[in-house]
Design a protein around this ligand. Structure first.
Ligand code: SF4
Length: 339
């Protein structure tokens, strides 16, 4: 079956691939509603010791552009988010060796007390980093973060979940097995998570498929992934990958379609219009995607690589309608928000 899928991914006419993915999407979402969430990405620190070759965002410790936000700055961003209709924050940061574990717990409690909102935060790579530097089991890290107010975990730092690739581009952070193990632990703790794939970092097509198959296997055990999101490497300004060619829109469409076919146990597929542009975002709704991801108020990581497409709620509504679907705003758990 896998050989067949790889062959289909590489050789099928684009339209045929899209039609198959659209068939699966329609089975799962027959009402033709395309959802999106309004949220804000808060990168609490850009100080990082992981040195990922594809990352244009981080600064090494002691770099003059390094920062860590204060609780008050974060609280202000949340208030601004809510004022604009935002229903969650996505809080992620670099692997900053100077922040103690208590800071994270206090931050979560502070948010829940003074600026309550859904907190989607701390990718498996960060949780693995906490587990290493604070010498705690990942299970305990997750439990303590959850008790302090963490609601769900984003799929950041997944890139390609094949160790050969990670050894080349992200050697110092959670390996493929560990990343998936942390997701599984989070699911066992009752938390929902998303899962991602960033491709175009030197992997083969077979390794892209392997990534998807591994995600599918975890999902078969836990059912904890709510959505899958993929996007290509944004090579500009990255430490070691700025010469890497940017992959094209056709590859993106083929890849989301493949994901829709392999991940038949993951309910939602998000379009990555932030990296691909709004037109390709629209097209991806016929290649397996049923969700327009987030209307994000701030996106530091992608914009550090000079790639940001910004838009408004009205524009998103119009784009979704123009593509033949009914737009709806949602929460992190995909429940709809009445217009
Ligand atoms: S991708 Fe994340 S972990 Fe890697 S260098 Fe950038 S901030 Fe650090």
């Amino acid at each position: 079956m896998m050989r067949d899928l790889l062959d289909f991914y590489e050789r099928a006419p684009l339209i045929e691939l899209g039609a198959e993915a659209d068939r699966v999407r329609r089975e799962k979402h027959p009402d033709d509603v395309v959802t999106f969430i309004i949220d804000r990405n808060i990168n609490y620190t850009n100080v990082c010791v992981a040195d990922c070759g594809f990352c244009a965002f981080y600064r090494r410790p002691k770099h003059h552009e390094g920062y860590t936000l204060s609780f008050e700055q974060i609280g202000k961003k949340i208030d601004e988010t809510k004022a604009l209709g935002g229903v969650q924050i996505l809080i992620q940061g670099g692997h900053n060796p100077y922040i103690p574990f208590q800071w994270y717990l206090d931050l979560l409690k502070y948010i829940k007390t003074y600026h309550p909102i859904h907190i989607h935060g701390f990718s498996p790579s960060e949780i693995d980093f906490f587990s290493t530097v604070f010498r705690m089991d990942a299970k305990d890290v997750i439990r303590e973060l959850q008790n302090a107010g963490l609601d769900s975990i984003p799929g950041g730092g997944g890139e390609i979940l094949v160790q050969r690739v990670r050894d080349i581009v992200a050697r110092k952070k959670a390996g493929a097995d560990r990343w998936l193990e942390i997701m599984e632990l989070a699911h066992q703790a009752g938390m929902k998570t998303t899962v991602t794939m960033m491709y175009g970092i030197g992997e083969t097509n077979a390794e892209r498929l392997e990534h998807l198959v591994r995600v599918r296997e975890v999902q078969a055990r836990t059912g904890g992934f709510t959505a899958f999101i993929c996007w290509p490497l944004q090579p500009e300004n990255t430490p070691t990958m700025s010469q890497q060619p940017k992959t094209d829109a056709v590859t993106y469409l083929r890849t989301v379609a493949l994901a829709r076919l392999v991940l038949d146990n993951v309910p939602n597929l998000q379009a990555s219009w932030v990296t691909m542009g709004l037109k390709i975002g629209q097209l991806s709704l016929r290649f397996g995607c049923n969700d327009f991801g987030s209307l994000m108020i701030e996106e530091n990581v992608v914009s550090a690589a000079n790639t940001t497409y910004r838009t408004t709620v009205e524009e998103l509504d119009r784009l979704i309608r123009d593509a033949g679907f009914a737009p709806a705003r949602r929460r992190q758990d995909y429940s709809l928000i009445a217009a």
